[in-house]
Write a protein that binds this ligand. Sequence first.
Ligand SMILES: [Zn+2]
Length: 216
Amino acid sequence: MRLVVGLTGGIGSGKSAAAEEFARLGATVVDTDAIAHELTGAGGAAIPGVERLFAQATLGGQTRVTQDSVVVRVGGLTSLTEGPSILLLGTDDFHPASARYFATAQMLAAVRALADSLRVMADFFAALPADQRPTGRSPRVLGVNDMSLPWGGLFDLGGSWHWPHMAHRTGRSADIDVRRDPADDNLALAVFSIWQRLGGRVLNERQALNHLHLEF
Ligand SMILES: [Zn+2]
């Protein structure tokens, strides 16, 4: 009878030590890790196939090949633009302003609907007699911080930002300007209510990052 044992596990979990012990006891050890390295190393048997895949991946303009990776585009993203009810606010050292507001058509429509609703609310409040006007900030123009990049993918290039900014990969996220100041408490409630009614999800990042993170 022949017994076949598979050794799996994370880095440093002891696979090699266990394999050595099997070998010492007379077992034949097949190291697939070593085989994979040989196949994909310089001049390896798998290299022509890998090169063919990389070449195919560049067809159609939906992928971009760098030295050692294939970047795949998230399809269907277009950019939010400023309008009467939307102001684009985001900045950092990595991404130009024109590249940070890409999203799916549904997300763009939802952000515009939110901004328009807040503008109607602001106009309504402004029309009330002063003693009946709710306190706090009620902006006629919604500040949008970041959405997704033109091709989607990792926004946080340095890997150092707070989750869920990591989520800004597929055109379904937006950070909007709702500050931790108590003057923005009512605004935050309004955004939660409107966004959820539109069918989206809100993550509160006012305390740490001065914004609400919206998902749609
Ligand atoms: Zn976010």
